[in-house]
Design a protein around this ligand. Structure first.
Ligand SMILES: C[S@@+](CC[C@H](N)C(=O)[O-])C[C@H]1O[C@@H](n2cnc3c(N)ncnc32)[C@H](O)[C@@H]1O
Length: 274
């Protein structure tokens, strides 16, 4: 399995530029994060007043989609970044003020230390690949009701299938840099093993896909250029140099995006606590 860099923990990660652009992009129609959130929410049955954890909640894409469909759910929203949470609180100010949503900053891998309550569902939307999986699974178990579920997505590339939007990016970078520096891979067998060992069973595993228009891809690249320097370039290279090169490569790759845009493909997993 490939190693992964804990990008958001890096001292030179540019949270200010990232979170502002991220928030603007994530809320835009058809964004990667809104479309992924819908896929996650559609994969699990929720009651009107379910207790839900939005883990690694970012600026609130999943919570926003969720509340449109289930206006009565209670949410604990957690992210390690105070900058991202600033936008989350703005986007969901009404529910934060009236107590329907509680927001906490902290590490998803130690979620059992952040809450004494038990939840019906934990969503981890577009973030599982940022976590140390076993630490996360162990601590998540402590905040779930029996029969409670963890719902998350992984892009096809991460589960070792070379297709979809994230594969397009990796392929282009590898060709341009003539490198084999690659995105983190998480084999499905490994995932199942970790969850089963820690008291969960796989309840659903299903493929999903959605289209991203060319404009959507262009806007998303403008966000990803702050994050991908940590994923696709050597650690030793100074950040400003990586950012500049990354921006050039993303801009260059746009020539190869067809006019109908690109399809992202991935897998949704639902694991149930025994
Ligand atoms: C790609 S964003 C996804 C955000 C959100 N779920 C969405 O769909 O828009 C990843 C988020 O994971 C958060 N994150 C990464 N590692 C984390 C950890 N160990 N604990 C809590 N949050 C984490 C980052 O701060 C970032 O906001």
């Amino acid at each position: 399995m490939s190693k992964f860099q804990r990008i958001y923990w890096a001292k030179d990660f540019d949270w200010d530029s990232y979170s502002k652009l991220y928030d603007k992009y994530a809320k835009s129609k058809g964004s990667y994060y809104l479309q992924t959130s819908s896929k996650l929410i559609d994969s699990v049955k929720l009651a009107k007043s379910s207790k839900v954890l939005d883990l690694a909640c970012g600026t609130g894409a999943l919570s926003m989609v969720l509340l449109k469909q289930f206006p009565g759910v209670n949410i604990l929203a957690v992210d390690l970044s105070k900058e991202m949470l600033k936008y989350y609180k703005k986007n969901l100010s009404k529910q934060v003020k009236n107590g329907q949503i509680v927001v906490k900053d902290g590490n998803a891998e130690g979620i059992d230390k952040l809450s004494e309550e038990k939840y019906d569902v934990i969503f981890v939307s577009s973030a599982l690949w940022d976590l140390e999986i076993e630490s996360f699974v162990k601590s998540a178990k402590g905040v779930l009701k029996n029969g409670g579920k963890i719902v998350f997505n992984l892009p096809s590339l991460v589960v070792e299938k070379e297709r979809g939007f994230i594969y397009f990016i990796e392929h282009f970078f590898r060709q341009t840099l003539q490198s084999d520096i690659i995105y983190r891979r998480i084999p499905i067998d490994y995932l199942k093993k970790i969850f089963e060992k820690n008291g969960f069973k796989l309840s659903t595993m299903k493929d999903y896909s959605f289209n991203m228009s060319k404009k959507n891809v262009t806007d998303f690249f403008d966000v990803l250029r702050y994050r991908y320097p940590f994923i696709l370039f050597p650690k030793e290279m100074p950040y400003p140099q990586k950012l500049k090169r990354c921006t050039e490569i993303f801009n260059d790759s746009l020539r190869y995006v067809p006019k109908e845009g690109l399809d992202e493909e991935g897998v949704i997993f639902v694991f149930e606590k025994n």
